[in-house]
Write a protein that binds this ligand. Structure first.
Ligand code: PLP
Length: 223
């Protein structure tokens, strides 16, 4: 069922990676005892997971990552670079900056500051943390269909959070939003670019127009 041909590509990529370190004294990386046994046990246990990867399986909105993502992840694991600072991952930090610039371009942003995270939850955590620093006393507003992480994270960070009920088609209700904005205590509005439940997209252009009248931050959740 799985296409394992791509593992040859990984092998070639690993050879290419090692060429860059050919001047270092050679060393043999031993496979620790038990690796095969443990991996086979894990594979057997995972047979009891649902087959998200199968084209006929429709019970999950997620599919396994693209082939290139899986291979690139494995390739990176041979170094495990630390992108926290440039001296922890020179090349991979530069690659991260390129990736962020491409994501920003999807939204037409030429000026941007960002980094990659391990998940949507972490991205939301960081965005709401920044929101809480910029507007410590104001609340976070999100539609009732926004991802549940926003409410939980607001509790964790100790910031006020309020849900707005949606329109019949699941978008943020602009009249309800404006009524809240008029009160002057909204610091950040969460705008979801595809809700988890039904895929509805909050009306970003109209919310941007409201932003010109009322000062608030927008947190785009496109996870
Ligand atoms: C809109 C939205 N935001 C955030 C998340 C959380 O992302 P993750 O599961 O990568 O932490 C999800 C996950 O389904 C999501 O659909």
């Amino acid at each position: 069922m799985y296409n394992k041909e791509s593992l040859h590509i990984l092998q070639r990529a690993l050879d290419k990676l090692s060429e860059g370190f050919a001047e270092l004294p050679p060393f043999a990386e031993e496979i620790p005892p038990g690796v095969e046994e443990v991996l086979l046990q894990a594979a057997e246990r995972m047979q009891d997971n649902f087959p998200y990867q199968h084209p006929l399986y429709a019970g999950q909105m997620l599919k396994p990552p693209h082939e290139i993502a899986r291979l690139a992840y494995m390739l990176a694991m041979w170094i495990n670079p630390n992108n926290h600072a440039l001296d922890g991952g020179r090349a991979s930090s530069a690659m991260e900056k390129e990736a962020v610039a491409e994501i920003a371009l999807l939204f037409g942003w030429k000026e941007h500051l960002g980094h990659l995270t391990s998940s949507g939850t972490f991205a939301n955590l960081e965005a709401l943390w920044v929101a809480s620093l910029i507007h410590p006393k104001k609340k976070i507003l999100a539609s009732e269909l926004a991802h549940y992480t926003h409410e939980r994270i607001s509790h964790v960070l100790g910031i006020k959070f309020q849900k707005l009920s949606c329109t019949r088609t699941g978008e943020m209700d602009l009249k309800k939003l404006e009524a809240q904005l008029k009160k002057g205590n909204v610091g950040t509005v969460v705008v979801t670019m595809g809700t988890t439940g039904i895929g509805s997209v909050d009306p970003l252009p109209e919310i941007l127009a409201l932003q010109k009248r009322y000062a608030f931050r927008i947190h785009l959740d496109a996870a």
